[in-house]
Design a protein around this ligand. Structure first.
Ligand code: SAM
Ligand code: SF4
Length: 330
């Protein structure tokens, strides 16, 4: 079975935000004061699992847990085990997670034992003071310790670094070399205008083509065909052991190859990170609807998946998106 949208894109990847809450408040992701969703509105693990089963039946073979910070959701390991068990019992091929890493020391071993092999960790600086500044109160050492424990447990790690003007633009090469030394793949990401935070997006935004050109002078990248069906273009270098990715939603639109949809923690299926179309599954899951009805709704939703996002970052343009990134999870 395949999920094909009206632009003939095959959808095989579901990103699942399990909470909008987080133990950090990254300046480009959230405002300092946020209103989080009432816990009673969150899908239960059983509801999430049933929804996932229907997506898997229809052709989804990869699920990523995200948030907010997925590891702050109470009893998250129970959900990881529940979804991880589907890898052997259905056509699900991979379960993975994107985390800020602060709770990895506690959870890495259980994550690995539950069937997750690869994780993404977000890290925008290697400087303790700057880490605290960008996350508003995070401790870099906690994340570095988490990475160490995750590596000990044989989790493959990719670091995600959002490129931020006048913040980490002096650190890109340092982060790259640190990742190389520690055998961690690395992806740079352009900041996206997801709602208004406390700082203007145009003050944060760096186009990644500049960053690529600068690093390329030193490392002579060559493109590799690492087809994750995702937005990232991957490169290697004779001088490096790791893969380097660039995600460029603003400067190089990749929507024609989009393979993903997103569920929020309350059960809204968003068809595009940068658009507003959604179908709400919470009431459907909480009332007496059959799995066939759920599948019908998923297929309906695919028909309204937008062609592309319209991200614009300019001085006097307010973000079109009124959702923060933590709702759908990056
Ligand atoms: N809390 C987890 C984490 O930070 O990895 C998962 C959720 S977070 C929203 C997922 C990813 O989105 C992170 O890599 C984060 O850096 C990125 N992100 C958040 N806001 C963003 C924005 N406005 N533009 C680009 N990336 C953003
Ligand atoms: Fe939390 Fe991740 Fe958003 Fe940072 S990027 S505030 S860690 S959800």
């Amino acid at each position: 079975m395949s999920l094909i949208d009206s632009y003939n894109r095959k959808i095989s990847y579901l990103r699942l935000s399990v909470t909008d809450r987080c133990d950090l408040r990254c300046l480009y992701c959230m405002k300092e004061k946020m209103n989080f969703l009432p816990k009673k509105d969150l899908l239960s693990f059983e509801e999430i699992s049933r929804l996932c089963d229907n997506f898997i039946d229809l052709g989804v073979n990869k699920i990523r847990l995200t948030g907010g910070e997925p590891l702050v959701r109470k009893n998250i390991i129970d959900l990881i085990q529940l979804l991880g068990s589907k890898i052997d019992n259905s056509s699900l091929k991979e379960l993975t997670i994107t985390t800020n890493g602060t709770l990895l020391s506690k959870y890495a071993e259980k994550i690995k034992k539950s069937g997750i092999n690869r994780i993404n960790i977000s890290l925008d600086t290697l400087n303790k003071k700057k880490y605290k500044e960008i996350t508003r109160f995070g401790l870099l050492d906690k994340v570095l310790e988490g990475i160490k424990i995750a590596k000990k447990n044989d989790l493959e790690i990719k670091i995600n670094t959002v490129a931020l003007k006048n913040f980490n633009d002096d650190e890109f090469e340092k982060i790259l070399l640190w990742c190389n030394k520690n055998k961690l793949d690395l992806t740079f990401i352009e900041v996206m205008p997801m709602n208004e935070t406390d700082s203007h997006r145009y003050l944060q935004f760096i186009p990644l083509d500049n960053l690529y050109e600068n690093l390329n002078k030193k490392f002579n990248f060559f493109k590799i065909d690492k087809n994750t069906g995702g937005p990232s273009k991957y490169y290697k270098s004779e001088k490096l052991d790791i893969n380097i990715g660039f995600i460029t939603p603003l400067t190089n639109n990749f929507c024609a190859n989009c393979n993903r949809v997103r569920i929020t923690s309350t059960g809204r299926l968003y068809l595009c990170l940068g658009q507003n179309e959604y179908v709400d599954f919470r009431d459907i899951l909480r009332n007496d609807f059959t799995d066939s009805y759920i599948k019908e709704k998923i297929l309906f939703a695919l028909n309204i998946k937008p062609k592309e996002h319209n991200f614009i970052i300019e001085k006097n343009v307010k973000p079109y998106m009124q959702r923060f990134m933590n709702v759908t999870g990056g």
